[in-house]
Design a protein around this ligand. Structure first.
Ligand code: SF4
Length: 225
């Protein structure tokens, strides 16, 4: 009996998630991945730079960077201080420059300069966690390996009642991957980001003008606009 109730609730939650995704797709028809890149290496570097940095800032920094450093070896051989200067507008530039140099040394020495297309190999590289590995897998290789949980996915997944946490990205990813059908995993973070930026903002969402208001449980929302 308990098991039946669990599956009934789960089915309801999944149906609601599919409905929300469909509504979001209608409202944000032109969404696409937000960092500019042409090759897996460019995405690899841009993804490291993007931690806690707005996409616009990353996209303003990378054109010159990608022109100057074209291969993993170029980054490996770069003078650290010069690389820090090249990414000076990015938060934590010093640490990120070190990650990029060290990760690119491994790419050059172990992977013939190529970005590996396996999550286990990516997450062994400096600066690459589960979220970034999934971002690279999905957007550089079109291999759907998991849902990348950024701040928007974390916050909205919880407010919409799909996860039990808005603090723990790994737990949120596991819960969402158990709920959201895999066919949606690629676009899902883009939709969450679009809605998180436009309406479901942190810390106070605009619930009064949200087209999801009638079906959203608003978990954890203390004040709304
Ligand atoms: S109703 Fe409020 S909490 Fe729910 S998605 Fe919309 S803005 Fe976010």
């Amino acid at each position: 009996m308990k098991r039946d109730i669990y599956y009934f609730c789960y089915e309801l939650l999944m149906a609601s998630a599919k409905e929300v995704i469909s509504i979001l797709k209608k409202n944000y028809p032109d969404i696409k991945y937000y960092l500019n890149f042409k090759t897996p290496l460019e995405l690899f570097v841009a993804a490291i730079l993007s931690a806690q940095v707005r996409d616009e800032v990353v996209n303003a920094t990378t054109p010159n960077l990608f022109k100057k450093y074209r291969t993993a070896k170029d980054y490996m051989d770069a003078d650290l201080n010069e690389l820090v200067k090249d990414i000076k507008n990015i938060s934590f530039a010093g640490n990120k420059a070190k990650y990029i140099k060290e990760a690119c040394r491994i790419l050059a020495e172990k992977y013939d300069g190529k970005v590996p297309d396996k999550v286990e190999e990516l997450t062994e590289l400096p600066g690459i966690g589960r979220k970034t590995a999934n971002v690279i897998m999905i957007n550089a290789f079109n291999k759907i390996t998991g849902i990348p949980v950024d701040v928007h996915v974390l916050r909205l997944g919880y407010r919409l009642g799909w996860t039990t946490t808005d603090k723990n990205a790994d737990r949120s990813a596991t819960e969402l991957e158990g709920l959201i059908p895999k066919e949606y995993w690629k676009e899902f973070p883009w939709l969450m980001k679009a809605h998180g930026r436009a309406i479901c903002k942190a810390p106070e969402p605009y619930c009064s003008r949200c087209f999801l208001s009638s079906i959203c449980p608003k978990n954890g929302v203390k004040r709304q606009l």
